[in-house]
Design a protein. Structure first.
Ligand code: MSP
Length: 633
């Protein structure tokens, strides 16, 4: 049995999980499931990175004690993943005792072999990155990531003799092209290795930072956060003592984005060499998600919440969108419109339609059971040939982390089956009494659907399970022969009852307006659901009386006919634009179910709606007179 180990980066706990974290973790989950389906023994690791300056600062900002803070944010990741149907085998936290012991073990080993030395260092330090920069790496004298000038720091520290391993690393990467993929990142790393990268400072004096792992050979220092974090990949496997390490380490695939290429492609393999361990098998590097054309960032207020998307469109559809939209290795742009478009085209139209009409026809023409397959004709054999190519390509691309290409191949089959139905016209065969032909066509389609659903399990697990259940196919991971699925076309047992209908992908409305130039004025507030809006009771009222407020120049006391026998009193901040006399008889829109409150001693039962303009406050009114109390919707 083959062993397959996939890891995600361990995420810093200074930010809540967002789209970027979700993508890497969904990629890892999908590839883990693919290998499970292929019959491999799989270990899928994710976790959180919890030491260092950044985390201490984030805890302070949140007004929490560091340990409490890291527990809370790590928990947020652990709570989210199952909701995105992510099933990991282990969740590592760098504050775990077992991890700390493993880091100290590796440090001691490398120290004893002479690859760690103590020296004074003077350099330019970026606190955001928690590392020293060389002049060359700066852009206009600033850290390229944080856009701040680094601080000159002179201090004694421990250094890892990384320079000793750079040439062997370069040779390894030259000789093993598969170890860093896609190629553009491999070339980028080879480029880095042509520069003089020197040694790596791997400690921080406790005088400056205590939230870290103490060096086993000097209690005055803690470990540099990257030296600590990278070791998670082996500490989680129980290195050095556990069997799990021996079994799974040789099959390791690390999934990361391009932002952390250098630590994974240079620091980590040289650390492994120094510790006498074999290098990882593959580093799979993906690009960055932007939101529209903008970088996703808290300060721009455009951070995409993955749970929100999954709840709105379904986890399966969300995962499908991410994997099909991003060409692995390149950047991609996330917009809700693109998601809805792809959802409607690929899922609602192509796949959803294939399922709903075929199941309906199976009920109408074949008593709701998988029919017998008769002798195959040319058109049927063409389906099998298209299926063979599509599935074989799906498997090859998926294995190579080319998810968008894999799904495009699978959709060749989805679309071909739809065309085959149109061409074969089962309704006409039924009318013409061609029962054997009819059964054959429906069998061929149902079997194709089974294969599609099975191959989609890594991408959209619960939806695929529902589709397979609709087809009445019983399966377990042990009974699946994934490779064999590309050739044989007779997995479904004739006579098996199938579901009567399938509505897995109801069409979605494009709720979001296409990105228009931002109107002047404040940025849009958080989106709300229609239910949120419906909670507001907006009505039209007619002004019966308006008086200046005795204690506030800004305010008017307005009495409205709201359709009830007693006038409603609303205190409105409109005195700067409206004289009381000008309001009489006017119809206004007001919030009727706002809890009453006193404004400068006067009870206000609602709020009149107005728009601030350069010329003052414009009131909202219906364009034609309506009965007082009419609801606005
Ligand atoms: N803690 C380190 C990793 C240590 S691994 C030994 C770290 N953490 S992080 O929280 O900043 O996560 C970075 C990773 O999150 C990226 O490499 C990528 O996997 C994911 N992403 C964060 N933002 C992203 C996008 N906008 N787009 C795609 N993925 C991104 O670095």
């Amino acid at each position: 049995m083959k062993h397959f180990f996939v890891s995600t980066p361990i995420y810093y706990v200074n930010a809540r999980p967002h789209l970027g974290h979700a993508y890497s973790t969904i990629v890892a989950d999908s590839i883990a499931r693919f290998h499970k389906l292929a019959g491999d023994a799989v270990f899928f690791l994710t976790g959180t990175d919890e030491h260092g300056d950044k985390i201490v600062q984030a805890a302070q900002k949140a007004g929490k004690e560091v340990r409490q803070y890291v527990d809370d944010v790590s928990q947020a990741f652990q709570t989210l993943w199952p909701k995105l149907e992510i099933e990991y085998d282990a969740f590592i936290r760098t504050t775990m005792e077992s991890h700390i012991r493993c880091v100290q073990y590796v440090l001691q080993k490398v120290y004893e072999s002479g690859d760690i030395y103590f020296s004074e260092y003077e350099g330019l330090y970026c606190f955001g990155c928690e590392r020293f920069y060389t002049e060359k790496e700066l852009v206009h004298g600033k850290c390229p990531d944080h856009q701040v000038e680094p601080t000159p720091i002179k201090e004694k520290n421990y250094f890892f003799r990384m320079s000793r391993y750079l040439e062997p690393l370069r040779r390894h990467i030259e000789e093993h092209p598969e170890c860093i993929q896609p190629d553009r990142y491999r070339n980028e790393v080879l480029g880095m290795l042509r520069e003089d990268l020197g040694d790596l400072c791997i400690s921080r004096p406790k005088a400056r930072l205590t939230w870290g792992i103490e060096l086993p050979f000097d209690p005055n220092f803690v470990t540099y956060v990257w030296f600590d974090a990278l070791i998670n990949y082996i500490s989680a496997l129980g290195y050095p003592h556990e069997e799990r390490f021996r079994k799974f380490w040789p099959g390791v695939h690390h999934v990361v984005a391009k932002d952390i290429l250098k630590p994974h492609a240079v620091f980590w393999p040289t650390m492994l060499m120094a510790a006498g361990l074999p290098l990882y098998k593959a580093l799979r590097v993906h690009g960055y998600w932007t939101v529209g054309d903008a970088k996703m960032s808290k300060s721009l207020g455009n951070v995409v919440d993955p749970l929100d998307m999954a709840q709105r469109y379904g986890v399966g559809a969300f995962r499908y969108f991410l994997l099909s939209e991003m060409s692995f290795g390149q950047d991609a742009s996330f917009t809700e419109e693109a998601l809805v478009q792809r959802y409607n085209a690929d899922l609602a139209n192509d796949l959803g339609n294939l399922f709903s009409r075929t199941l309906a026809m199976t009920h109408k023409y074949c008593g709701g059971r998988v029919p017998e397959c008769g002798e195959l004709g040319d058109g049927d054999r063409e389906v099998l040939a298209v299926g063979h190519t599509a599935l074989a390509q799906f498997q090859t691309h998926f294995q190579q982390f080319q998810f968008s290409r894999a799904l495009a191949s699978l959709w060749e089959l989805v679309r071909h089956l739809n065309k085959y139905i149109d061409h074969s016209a089962p309704w006409a065969l039924f009318r013409g009494g061609e029962t054997i032909r009819l059964s054959t066509v429906l069998y061929v389609v149902l079997e194709g659907m089974r294969k599609i659903a099975l191959h989609l399990w890594p991408v959209m697990p619960s939806v695929a399970e529902a589709m397979l259940a609709q087809l009445g196919w019983k399966w377990t991971l042990e009974t699946v022969d994934l490779e064999g699925e590309t050739s044989s076309w007779f997995g479904l047992q004739p006579g098996t009852p199938v579901a009567e209908r399938s509505s897995l992908f109801p069409r979605q409305e494009v709720l979001v307006a296409p990105p228009a130039p931002q109107p002047p004025g404040p940025a849009l507030k958080e989106p709300v659901d229609i239910e949120d809006f419906a909670r507001l009771d907006l009505r039209v009222g007619t002004v019966l009386e308006a008086l200046p407020h005795p204690q506030a120049d800004r305010l008017l006391i307005v009495r409205l006919d709201d359709g009830t026998p007693t006038p409603r009193q609303v205190v409105a901040g409109i005195a700067s634009s409206w004289a009381p006399a000008d309001l009489l008889g006017r119809q206004v829109v007001f919030v009727a179910n706002l809890k009453p409150r006193k404004l400068r001693g006067q009870v206000s039962q609602g709020m009149i709606l107005a728009v601030k303009t350069d010329a003052g406050l414009a009131l909202l009114s219906p364009t034609a007179a309506v009965p007082p109390g009419s609801p606005v919707s």
